[in-house]
Design a protein around this ligand. Structure first.
Ligand code: UT7
Length: 334
C-alpha cells in the first residue's frame, strides 16, 4: 500500500474558508500625529514617518471600544465569507496583547458577543507573531480531531498602551482586527507552519508593567528598541520563510503572495527581496493601517482577498515577528 497515494490519504487538513477585517472609524494621518505631538512639545514629521516606516495613516479606537468589539465585527465578516452561521464554530482563538481584561480571555468575551456558547475559546499571547501562532494552534487542533471549524483572530487596541511622549514608538502603531474561518478539509489548505521564540530578547519590545496589590506596578506603556528589533526581524523572517518552504517541499518560486507582519515597509521589502519575490507579490497595508500587532497579518490578508488579488488556489506565505522575541510563518494554499 502506498501511504502517499491520493486514494489512501486519510489525513485531515485545514483550509481558510473566509476572511474578515475591522478598523475603528477614527483615522489619523501623519499630519494628525505631527499636530498631536507638537501639542506635547515633541517634533516629528510626515517625511520621517513615511521614509523610515512607510506608514501614512493608522486607526485609533474610541473610548469604550475593546479588542473584542473589533474582533466581533471581523469574525462576523469572516463567517459571512465562509457562508457559515456562528453556531458552526467549535473553537475560538484570539491573538492579542491588548485584551479587554486581565481575565477572562478576550476569546470568551468575543464568543458571547457572537451569540454562541459552549465551544473552546482562549487567547494566545505572542505579540505581533500572535496570529501565526494562533493559526498554527488551530491547524494542529483541527488535524488532531479536537475541532472542525475555528475562528482565528488577531485583535488589538495598541493606542491604549502607547506612550505619546515617545515619538520613536507612538507614530508606528494602530488598532484593528482580522479574522479567518479555518475548517477541516480533505485537501490542504495549510501546508506547513514554523514557530519560534527567544526570551533572551524580551526587553527590546515590551510593556513591562504588571498588576499587583490593586495597582499597576511598572510602566503600562509600550517601549521598544526599534533598531534592535529591526535587525532581528529581517533575519528571522527570512529563516522562517525558508523553513516552511522546506517543510512543505516548495520553493520561493511557488509563492504567489507574501503577507508579512506589517511593521515597516523596509523590513517587508527586504524579506521579499531575500526570497527573490517581485514587490508586486508583497501584500502591504502598513501605509493605511500602521502596525496593528497581532491584527496586522489577518487584516492584510483580508484586504488582499477582498481586492480580488489573493484568489482560491494561490500559495500564500504568512509571517509574524514581534515581542518575546517571537516569530513564525505559515505556508498555505488559499
Ligand atoms: O511589531 C513588532 C516588530 N516591530 C518592528 O519591526 C519595528 C522595527 N524597527 C523599526 O521599524 C525602526 O527601527 C523604527 C521605524 C522604529 C526606527 O527607524 P530607524 O531607522 O531604526 O531609526 P532610529 O531609531 O535609528 O532613529 C533615527 C533618528 C534618531 O535621531 P538621531 O539620534 O539620529 O538624531 C531618532 O531620534 O530618527 C529619530 N526619530 C524620529 N524623528 C522624527 C525617531 N523617531 C522619530 C520620529 N520623528 N517619530
Amino acid at each position: 500500500m502506498n501511504p502517499t497515494s491520493a486514494s489512501t490519504d486519510t489525513r485531515m487538513y485545514t483550509r481558510i474558508t473566509g476572511t474578515g477585517g475591522c478598523l475603528p472609524q477614527r483615522r489619523l494621518s501623519n499630519a494628525d500625529m505631527v499636530q498631536m505631538l507638537a501639542a506635547r512639545g515633541i517634533e516629528t514629521s510626515d517625511d520621517w514617518i513615511v521614509e523610515r516606516t512607510g506608514i501614512r495613516h493608522r486607526h485609533f479606537a474610541d473610548d469604550g471600544i475593546h479588542s473584542s468589539d473589533l474582533a466581533a465585527t471581523a469574525c462576523r465578516q469572516a463567517l459571512v465569507a465562509a457562508g457559515l452561521a456562528a453556531d458552526a464554530v467549535d473553537l475560538i482563538i484570539v491573538a492579542t496583547s491588548t485584551p479587554d481584561m486581565v481575565f477572562p480571555s478576550t476569546a470568551c468575551i468575543l464568543q458571547h458577543k457572537l451569540g454562541i456558547a459552549g465551544c473552546a475559546a482562549f487567547d494566545v499571547q505572542a505579540v505581533c507573531a500572535g496570529f501565526v501562532y494562533a493559526l498554527t494552534v488551530a491547524d494542529a487542533m483541527i488535524r488532531a480531531g479536537s475541532a472542525r471549524c475555528a475562528l482565528v483572530v488577531g485583535a488589538e487596541v495598541f493606542s491604549r498602551i502607547l506612550d505619546f511622549d515617545d515619538r520613536t514608538t507612538c507614530v508606528l502603531f494602530g488598532d484593528g482586527a482580522g479574522a479567518v474561518v479555518l475548517q477541516a478539509s480533505d485537501t490542504p489548505g495549510i501546508l506547513a507552519t514554523d514557530l519560534h521564540a527567544d526570551g533572551r530578547h524580551a526587553g527590546i519590545l515590551c510593556v513591562p508593567g504588571s498588576v499587583a496589590g490593586g495597582r499597576v506596578s511598572g510602566s503600562p506603556l509600550l517601549t521598544m528598541d526599534g533598531p534592535a528589533v529591526f535587525k532581528l526581524a529581517v533575519g528571522v523572517l527570512e529563516s522562517a520563510a525558508r523553513a516552511v518552504l522546506a517543510k512543505a517541499g516548495r520553493t520561493e518560486a511557488d509563492i504567489d503572495w507574501l503577507v508579512p507582519h506589517q511593521a515597516n515597509i523596509r523590513i517587508m521589502q527586504s524579506t521579499a527581496r531575500k526570497l527573490k519575490l517581485p514587490l508586486d507579490k508583497l501584500v502591504s497595508t502598513v501605509d493605511e493601517h500602521g502596525n496593528t500587532s497581532a491584527a496586522s497579518v489577518p487584516l492584510a490578508l483580508d484586504v488582499a482577498v477582498r481586492q480580488g488579488r489573493i484568489r482560491a488556489g494561490d500559495t500564500v506565505m504568512l509571517e509574524g515577528v514581534g515581542g518575546g522575541f517571537t516569530w513564525g510563518a505559515v505556508l498555505l494554499d488559499f
